[in-house]
Design a protein. Structure first.
Ligand code: SF4
Length: 238
């Protein structure tokens, strides 16, 4: 049966399913997508806690599943080290970045443009070069104001399916999974970060909003880099 893009009562699932039911649901979604797309199902690994869960779930479905990591020159050293360790363990994860020249401190003056160049552009390239038919993300609808309008199975770009298999998980359930299954995480979480990004744009806060520490002091505060909101399926010369 073909995987179906449909509108589901996501908020209802957040509150009605328990932890074990959510794990089963997420595994079922990945399994169904793998049956349809095979190795053209590819995981986007941000190296954050949510991606760690999704990667672990995906590997339970098939050890063959591939993934990609988008990195930038501004990632904290801890994240860079964690990336090297992760790729050493899983060489089927490919790393993409945009290392071309950009204006100094673009993240301060034009953060949207900076993210477009350093994050969205390499994501488009990863999708084109890896011949992705369906990409898998760690996006959750409980993360903050910018993440409430998503579905578990989406087609925001024509011909490119996006699977958000842990969309209905709470932050607590992410940590529950990581603890129960002994999944390693970025050591920055031990310092108090709740959402990780590039060093100049990420701070520790006590705000209840999980993404409140992102892009503080800019119009993008608590917002998005663009990989979940910008078109990804554009003409790309490989
Ligand atoms: S998170 Fe900040 S430094 Fe990283 S790409 Fe976006 S604006 Fe640039």
């Amino acid at each position: 049966m073909a995987i179906c893009v449909a509108s589901v009562d996501v908020r209802g699932l957040v509150d009605s399913l328990n932890f074990a039911e959510k794990v089963d649901r997420s595994l079922g979604l990945i399994r169904e997508a793998y049956e349809e797309f095979g190795e053209r199902l590819v995981v986007a690994d941000s190296l954050g806690k949510d991606s760690c869960v999704v990667w672990d779930l995906a590997k339970q479905v098939s050890a063959k599943l591939r993934g990609f990591i988008i990195t930038t020159r501004f990632k904290p050293p801890e994240t860079k080290r964690f990336m090297v360790e992760t790729v050493r363990r899983y060489p089927e994860l490919r790393v993409f970045s945009n290392d071309s020249g950009i204006p100094d401190r673009l993240y301060g003056t034009h953060p949207d443009q900076c993210c477009e160049l350093l994050k969205v552009e390499p994501t488009r390239r990863a999708i084109a070069e890896m011949d992705v038919a369906c990409w898998v993300t760690g996006l959750r609808c409980t993360e903050g104001r910018t993440r409430t309008d998503f579905q578990e199975i989406e087609e925001r770009d024509e011909g490119l399916i996006k699977l958000n298999p842990i969309l209905v998980w709470h932050e607590r359930e992410v940590w529950q999974y990581l603890a129960l299954y002994g999944v390693p995480v970025n050591p920055l979480y031990a310092q108090g970060y709740r959402s990780l990004g590039c060093a100049p744009c990420t701070q520790i806060t006590s705000d209840p909003n999980e993404r409140a520490g992102r892009w503080i002091g800019t119009s993008k505060c608590g917002g998005e880099c663009g990989i979940h909101t910008r078109p990804l399926q554009v003409e790309y010369q490989i």
